[in-house]
Design a protein around this ligand. Structure first.
Ligand SMILES: *Cc1c(COP(=O)(O)O)cnc(C)c1O
Length: 365
């Protein structure tokens, strides 16, 4: 059978290995497996969310409110924007997809950092567009700016702030300086999947969506409930942008792209800011231990503004990940990004302590 030509250049996203796989392949009991690979919240989600979902489970027989009125109102209030500035996606992943589909095509280009969230490229390729990347791994404003100036047909630029999988983050002032040089017809996607963490650690990294879209009408800010909010399994994300952009993206959204219970979960999660705050505080307390551990083992790490840390290891990263997996610990190998590095999600104290012990054995062994 012949398929669309673009399929030939597509690869699948390498998702974090599920706990079930380690159970099947290594015969370890599920309760003894720890997954610190996909930047989920190790403390779960707000207990208020769990309670609300239990109470409303019977509503799963009903289609969700397709206008997503309540969630949009809650987000609009949180960010000081209007409902018409918001689109809800099945994860912010889906809003990335919409953004590309709305602008990218075989006769133009998109611009990304060399090592950044893989979905920009994967969804980009589906449109047949050309993907331009900076020479440096992370976000380098000068390089992004130079490439942009030399390619007038750039339709979409992605800035991942802070950046997954490296953890670094540009300062807001540098981002705004860069945005001043960008034409009104280039859509700039600011992926704020880890903004809750970055803005807590350093105010200079904070991107306020309202200020962003009011200053630059060609931008869209993406947020997600999968990371700090601990709702990865519910698949809810959002885009905040100028009403004209949001209206166009809405044309690409299938009806009922979020489930009834996912909507409920997100609405409840927004009400429990205390839970988010305490997760973030614990995250950075535990992060310090990861920095100390790296220094002890003489491993170079990237200072992180997220809930994960990237180690540039000296042993083969695939070997390390395999050995950890055999012992029931799942972390993320960055080999597929062309780096001999591993990305570890900051877990709970117990998870981290176990990782340190096993990692040290493997690394020194
Ligand atoms: C996790 C993540 C997302 C989106 O996650 P969803 O679960 O689809 O909301 C987007 N961007 C980055 C950089 C991420 O790490």
């Amino acid at each position: 059978m012949k398929f669309n030509k673009v399929l030939e250049s597509l690869v699948n996203y390498e998702a974090g290995k599920p706990i079930e796989l380690v159970v099947r392949e290594h015969g370890i009991e599920a309760k003894d497996v720890i997954k610190i690979a996909s930047n989920e919240n190790p403390y779960g989600c707000s207990p208020k969310v769990v309670k609300a979902i239990q109470n409303e489970a019977f509503k799963m027989s009903l289609y969700p409110d397709d206008s997503m009125y309540e969630l949009k109102e809650a987000l609009a209030e949180k960010y000081g924007v209007e409902s018409e500035n918001i689109i809800i996606g099945s994860g912010s992943d889906q809003v990335i997809e919409f953004s590309l589909f709305a602008k990218a095509n075989p006769s133009n280009k998109i611009l990304v950092a060399k090592t950044t969230f893989a979905m920009y490229e994967i969804y980009g390729k589906r449109t047949g567009t050309t993907i331009l990347k900076t020479p440096s791994h992370g976000h380098n404003i000068q390089e992004l700016s130079d490439i942009y100036k030399n390619n007038k047909d750039v339709a979409v630029i992605f800035l991942c702030l802070p950046n997954n999988p490296l953890g670094e983050c540009l300062d807001k002032d540098d981002v705004f300086g860069f945005l001043k040089e960008i034409s009104d017809d280039t859509l700039v996607v600011i992926d704020g999947a880890y903004q809750e963490f970055a803005s807590f650690k350093d105010k200079n990294k904070k991107i306020d969506p309202k200020e962003l879209i009011n200053t630059f009408a060609n931008t869209i800010y993406l947020g997600t409930f999968s990371k700090a909010y601990g709702l990865g399994g519910m698949r809810v994300g959002y885009g905040i942008g100028d009403k004209e952009i949001i209206k166009s993206l809405h044309k690409l959204r299938s009806p009922f792209n979020i489930t009834t219970l996912s909507l409920k979960a997100a609405i409840e999660a927004l009400k429990d800011e205390e839970f988010i705050k305490s997760s973030i505080v614990s995250n950075f307390e535990e992060m310090v231990k990861y920095e100390e551990f790296a220094k002890k083992l003489d491993i170079e790490f990237i200072p992180s503004y997220t809930n994960f840390i990237t180690y540039k290891v000296k042993k083969d990263s695939s070997f390390i990940c395999e050995e950890l997996m055999k012992r029931g610990i799942i972390i993320r190998n960055l080999k597929s990004y062309g780096l001999n590095a591993v990305r570890i999600t900051i877990g709970t104290k117990e998870q981290n302590d176990r990782l340190f012990k096993v990692f040290e054995d493997i690394y020194r062994g």
